[in-house]
Write a protein of this length. Structure first.
Length: 319
């Protein structure tokens, strides 16, 4: 296939480029680099089946020649309010990527009669009251809170995707992505893993906001990409959770990172600084992915961390 990927220079987008090129497809990458990195796709620039254009997806998208599939992954995603590339500091761009970017990407799919896959998120469930989260759970969301620019952009994008499917017959798919980690993550992402790994490798105590009992589930990027590609190749139109169902507390996760990095500095608690509306629990129900796609994660947390640590060491100048 000839596949268009928006957000191609991002963490997930660049890994998808790698996988789809490895599968023998042609890839057209779009990114405007407000959160993506040229480093993430530099190794692809000599590949004759990869073409890249710097472009903002909130503007009209024109692609010369046929397009067989469109994967819309362009969006700020970092919850770090201190990061210039986080959605707290890019609120309008985040909403535009979810609304106008999805509309323009769907337009390419409609004109070409191509498959369309939307990168959605576990954040559409808000601070969930149901555990684990199934795809039919409507969520516990706040449309005007500080995280709403990301959460509601993705919820709108899902609605628009299904509208194009029902009204225009576009061959759509929606993946709801849960916490993912691996090489090419932004060190300033603001999520637990990059925060902890950076601190551990620098020999600092790991900072835990709250009591550390809030939970997350961590999926290695290779597993996630495998699930996304299986969904792309499938005929499933309703949302599918892709993530690791193994739930652990943030404290347990911090202790695992300290153990693997040999960090003796331990942890420190900042009980009053837990981010507003930060979900207390996050765990996917992947029954649909197992049943429809025959997918489940294979990489253990320890193995995934061992493959991620060298990237962080290099970025920190420690290797």
């Amino acid at each position: 296939m000839r596949i268009l990927i928006t957000g191609a220079a991002g963490f997930l987008g660049s890994h998808l480029c790698d996988k789809l090129l490895l599968d023998g497809h042609e890839v057209i990458g779009l990114d405007n680099f407000i959160t993506g990195s040229r480093e993430n796709i530099a190794h692809l620039m000599g590949n004759e089946r990869f073409v890249f254009y710097k472009h903002d997806v909130s503007n009209y998208i024109y692609v010369r020649g046929r397009v067989d599939a469109v994967l819309h992954f362009a969006s700020p995603a970092s919850p770090n309010p201190k990061s210039p590339s986080g959605y707290f500091n890019l609120p309008i761009q985040t909403m535009k990527a979810g609304a106008l970017g999805t509309h323009n990407s769907l337009g390419v799919a409609k004109v070409n009669k191509a498959r369309f896959l939307l990168a959605s998120t576990s954040e559409i469930y808000g601070d969930p009251l149901v555990h684990p989260q199934t795809e039919d759970y409507a969520g516990n969301v706040d449309p005007v809170g500080p995280r709403a620019v990301y959460d509601e952009a993705k919820r709108f994008a899902e609605s628009l995707t299904m509208a194009y499917h029902r009204q225009h017959g576009v061959n759509t798919r929606i993946v709801r992505i849960f916490n993912t980690y691996g090489p090419r993550m932004d060190l300033e992402d603001g999520r637990a893993l990059p925060n902890f790994l950076k601190q551990a490798l620098l020999g600092q105590p790991l900072t835990i906001y709250g009591d550390g009992q809030q939970t997350r589930s961590f999926c290695y990027v290779d597993d996630l990409v495998d699930g996304i590609v299986r969904l792309l190749y499938s005929d499933e139109h309703m949302p599918v959770n892709i993530g690791n169902p193994v739930e652990m507390s943030v404290l347990q996760f911090a202790e695992a990172i300290n153990r693997l990095t040999g960090n003796k500095a331990g942890v420190t608690f900042l009980a009053k600084e837990r981010s507003e509306r930060d979900p207390q629990r996050r765990q996917p129900d992947i029954t649909r992915a197992r049943t429809i796609l025959g997918w489940e994660p294979k990489v253990s947390l320890e193995d995934g961390l061992r493959q991620t640590i060298p990237y962080f060491q290099k970025k920190l100048g420690l290797a």
